[in-house]
Design a protein around this ligand. Sequence first.
Ligand SMILES: C[S@@+](CC[C@H](N)C(=O)[O-])C[C@H]1O[C@@H](n2cnc3c(N)ncnc32)[C@H](O)[C@@H]1O
Length: 290
Amino acid sequence: MPTDPPRICDYEGSPYRRAFWEDTDRRYEDAAERLALRSLLPPDGRRLVEIGAGFGRLIDEYRGYGEIILVDYARSMLADARQRIGDGATYVCADLYRLPFATGALDAAVQIRVLHHVEAVPEAIREVARVLAPGGSYILEFANKRNLKGIARWVLRRQSENPFDHRPHEFVPLNWNFHPSFVEAALADAGLHVRRRRAVSLFRAPFAKRALPAAMLARLDHVLGGPLGRCAPAPSQFVRAAQLTGRRSEALWRCPACGHEPLIAEQDGVPCPACARMWPIEDGIMMFRA
Ligand SMILES: C[S@@+](CC[C@H](N)C(=O)[O-])C[C@H]1O[C@@H](n2cnc3c(N)ncnc32)[C@H](O)[C@@H]1O
């Protein structure tokens, strides 16, 4: 029986940058995520991809990498990123379930604030594992349903969702919370090895954000987040997973429609000799959405 393809949370035309980050005070969350990323991501390498990069909020954290690739499904997000960042990155419009990268082509993959929009987590994680070279790192953030606040609310009967249930919980359409064991099982099934864990955004509450300056709160979050990583008490959980096997590819591109690799990029696009598709480059964005 054919199964339906996973639903996609399409951010095309969304005011995400302004509405979520600029019109609301999220300096604490931004600073806490940057500290976590800095401590988990190897500081340098050849090729890094951020999957679901949005407007490129975290680009400053990737300075040690030779090539930075920002992937997003929404072209408007990448256009915004390109306007802010310019030639400092390669912009790729693609679906995370069909990444247009050759097997073993990348040294690092980062995915922050994206998994909560992913319906088919095992498939998405397998695709990241495929594109990572041996020795490559995957820095993954996910929304953790088994956080302290969720547990307290469930015990007090203020929420019906059981935070200890391993199944993903779609709390509003196309937004899921995950049990840490579910995500770690998907990583293990994809052949990735979790090396480190961090609890992040322990103080995501208005009173805490009012009480202390964002930078200080983020620092405190960082000091506690490492030791607390294993028990995952925060609403956001970061992990670093390692790819240990496979073969490194010097070539970068693969056809997301037929899977042929390697593809060679030309001036105006990337042709696939196997299925005769031409993946165009439009306004500096490589268009790989099948
Ligand atoms: C909440 S935003 C996070 C953006 C960025 N990672 C950050 O932390 O600022 C989620 C992003 O994931 C992208 N996204 C969602 N589903 C996707 C998919 N199937 N393939 C690629 N990108 C996707 C959205 O377009 C959006 O830009």
